[in-house]
Design a protein around this ligand. Structure first.
Ligand code: COA
Length: 187
C-alpha cells in the first residue's frame, strides 16, 4: 500500500458518514492508533520495539486529559476505530520544527484506513481539529509532501493556503524542497 492515497477527483460518490463517529482518543485506543499507522507504513513492525512505541502513544493519549499542547481525534464505526487525526503545538527546539516554519498549532497527521476512505472521515477529523485549535489560536498550519495531492485536496476545502517557506524537515521525512507549509487563518 502506498503512503499517499491515489488522487482520484472523479471517484464514484460514497455515502458520507457524519460527525457522530468522531471523538477524542482514549487511552485504550493506543494499540489501534499504532496499527493504523503501521498499516500505512509510518511505524516499523519491529516487534522488540513495539512496547516502546505503544508506551509513547499511551503517553500522548494520557497527556490529552492533562491539557497537554496536543490532541488526537479518532473516527469510530460499529465499535472499531478506523481513522485518526493529530494536532499539536509545535516548537523548533522540542519538535524539530524547521525554523522557516512558525511555531504554533499544526495538524500533524490524518490517516483513514483504506476501506473507509472517501466517506468524509478525513474531512470530519480535519473539521474537529480546526475547531479545537480555533478555541486556542488564530491560525493553524500543516506541512505535507508536495506529492501528496490527495492530502492537499482535502485541506484545500477548508481554505488552507500555501506559503513559500523552503525547508528541510527530517522528523517528517521531508528533504529540502519536498514539503510545503500551508496556513489557515481562523476567525
Ligand atoms: C488523505 C486522507 C486522510 C483523506 O481521507 P478521506 O476520509 O478519504 O477523505 P474524505 O472522504 O473526507 O474527503 C474529503 C474531500 O477531500 C478530497 N479527497 C479526499 N480523497 C481524495 C482522493 N483520493 N482524490 C481526490 N480528492 C480526494 C475530496 O475533495 C473529498 O471530497 P469528495 O469525496 O466529496 O470528493 C486519506 O486518503 C488517507 O488516509 N491518506 C493516507 C494518509 C495521508 O496521506 N494523510 C495525509 C498526510 S498525513
Amino acid at each position: 500500500m502506498g503512503r499517499f492515497a491515489d488522487y482520484d477527483p472523479a471517484a464514484e460518490e460514497r455515502p458520507k458518514l457524519d460527525a457522530s463517529c468522531i471523538r477524542i482518543a482514549r487511552l485504550d485506543d493506543a494499540e489501534t492508533l499504532y496499527a493504523i499507522s503501521a498499516e500505512r507504513g509510518d511505524e516499523s513492525d519491529d516487534e522488540p520495539n513495539l512496547p516502546n512505541v505503544i508506551s509513547r502513544i499511551r503517553g500522548e493519549l494520557e497527556g490529552i486529559a492533562r491539557d497537554a499542547p496536543w490532541c488526537v481525534y479518532v473516527a469510530e464505526l460499529a465499535g472499531e476505530v478506523i481513522a485518526y487525526g493529530r494536532v499539536r503545538d509545535l516548537t523548533h527546539a522540542e519538535d524539530g520544527l524547521p525554523t522557516e516554519c512558525p511555531e504554533g498549532w499544526y495538524l500533524t497527521g490524518v490517516i483513514v484506513r483504506p476501506p473507509f476512505r472517501r466517506r468524509g472521515l478525513g474531512a470530519l477529523l480535519t473539521q474537529a481539529r480546526i475547531e479545537w485549535v480555533g478555541e486556542r489560536a488564530t491560525e493553524v498550519h500543516y506541512v505535507t509532501n508536495k506529492r501528496n495531492v490527495t492530502s492537499i485536496a482535502l485541506h484545500a476545502r477548508f481554505g488552507f493556503e500555501p506559503t513559500d517557506a523552503e525547508f528541510a524537515y527530517p522528523r517528517a521525512a521531508l528533504e529540502r524542497g519536498a514539503g510545503r507549509l500551508y496556513r489557515l487563518a481562523l476567525r
